[in-house]
Design a protein around this ligand. Structure first.
Ligand SMILES: NC(=O)c1ccc[n+]([C@@H]2O[C@H](COP(=O)([O-])OP(=O)(O)OC[C@H]3O[C@@H](n4cnc5c(N)ncnc54)[C@H](O)[C@@H]3O)[C@@H](O)[C@H]2O)c1
Length: 355
């Protein structure tokens, strides 16, 4: 990936991203991405961290997610609008930028809708490797929307999950998910209720979208030893689990100041004990301690995961043709002659006009 001209910034479109992921292989992409995400969790203290900047409206939220490791800076623009699917739009769309801290110049502009689905699934699977019982084979997947197949693929690729129990309020979503995941060697059951879906599940993933607090899981649905991967509760007033489940679980989070605002734990006291995932990954604190323990990954999605994903894509672009170059940055011959560059453009336009 040689960008000679300072004005040009590599841009990965949706089509480029799909080609990159398919060329790499979906499972392999998830595994590579998981490695980048884990690497960055392991150097947690190097990062600038702040809860994401959220702009809420009656219909949804638009968020900016910045972070930096001092060498690279990244941010993601992402929305969450559960009603969007009714008008043919996605609930979640995203794009992001990776930049060089030294000059402040962007190094990469990328679509991040597909990348977010991949990174969310990879993060969930990385967390589950520390928190789920190692003999887990069956996952209930409640909420069969855009994120769901990515979650299923990541848990199959990274944890060896071989059985899926699907449930969605909308049976056509479950049917699409089942169809999309067929032929991968997964045993897939479409279930008629969330209670049926969680029967015999070692792992329960909730990835529903609603603008309000929902109760996807009640306390009686969660037996000993289960790992809960709660993905859909990620905004103030938007949760998926009954509070009693939280009180019986050991809760693991990405960045507590953000999760206390957005995660399932917004239902609990501000000092309720939670464990930061990076401390488990580094070996400082324990993840799963016993067969019977209920573990909960209260996922909300943190900026470092998007930073890792952008870093991964940038590395993948080396020697790749899956990007275009955007004329994104003004680059006058003499750096301070920005106005002169505009005047010279006028000369070109006048010439074109008279030619
Ligand atoms: N934690 C993270 O990092 C992260 C990342 C991306 C998305 N998310 C969240 O994950 C959720 C799913 O995202 P998506 O893009 O798949 O959304 P989506 O709109 O494509 O799918 C959501 C699905 O949930 C179903 N649903 C809604 N209420 C339900 C209920 N009570 N019971 C069962 N099913 C129900 C809907 O019918 C739909 O099929 C969203 O809430 C989104 O904000 C979290």
């Amino acid at each position: 990936m040689a960008t000679e001209n300072l004005n040009l910034v590599p841009f990965v479109s949706v089509e480029n991203m799909m080609d990159l992921v398919l060329e790499t292989g979906i499972d392999h992409s998830l595994a590579e991405l998981a490695q980048y995400i884990e690497e960055d969790f392991l150097r947690w203290e190097n990062f600038d961290k702040t809860p994401r900047v959220a702009s809420h409206s009656a219909e949804g939220v638009i968020e900016l997610m910045p972070t930096s490791d001092g060498r690279l800076y990244g941010f993601k623009y992402v929305n969450g609008h559960p009603k969007n699917t009714r008008s043919g739009r996605q609930t979640v769309t995203a794009f992001g930028v990776l930049a060089e801290v030294e000059s402040g110049y962007p190094l990469l502009l990328s679509e991040m809708t597909i990348l977010t689905a991949l990174r969310t699934a990879a993060t969930s699977a990385v967390a589950a490797r520390y928190l789920a019982r190692p003999d887990s084979t069956t996952m209930a997947l409640i909420g069969n929307g855009a994120q769901s197949e990515f979650q299923a693929r990541a848990f199959k690729a990274l944890l060896g999950i071989d059985t899926l129990r699907l449930y969605d309020l909308d049976p056509s979503a479950t049917e699409r998910c089942r169809r999309n995941l067929s032929g991968l060697g997964l045993d897939i059951m479409a279930c008629g209720s969330p209670e049926e879906a969680v029967e015999g599940a070692d792992i329960i993933t909730t990835a529903t979208a609603d603008k309000q607090c929902a109760t996807i899981l009640t306390d009686n649905m969660v037996g000993p030893g289960v790992h809960i991967n709660a993905v859909g509760g990620d905004c103030p007033g938007k949760t998926e689990l009954h509070r009693d489940i939280l009180l019986r679980s050991d809760i693991f989070v990405e960045y507590p100041p953000q999760t206390r605002i957005e995660g399932e734990i917004q239902q609990l006291a501000v000092d309720h004990p939670v464990t930061e995932l990076w401390r488990v990954m580094s070996g400082e604190l324990e993840g799963r301690r016993s067969e019977a323990q209920i573990t909960l990954f209260d996922s909300v999605g943190f900026a470092t995961e998007d930073f890792s994903a952008l870093r991964y894509v940038r590395d993948k672009l080396a020697g790749s043709r899956h990007f275009i170059e955007l004329d994104l940055l003004a680059d006058p011959d003499e750096p301070r002659d920005l106005y002169g560059m505009l005047l010279r453009r006028q000369v070109v336009l006048d010439h074109q006009h008279t030619a």
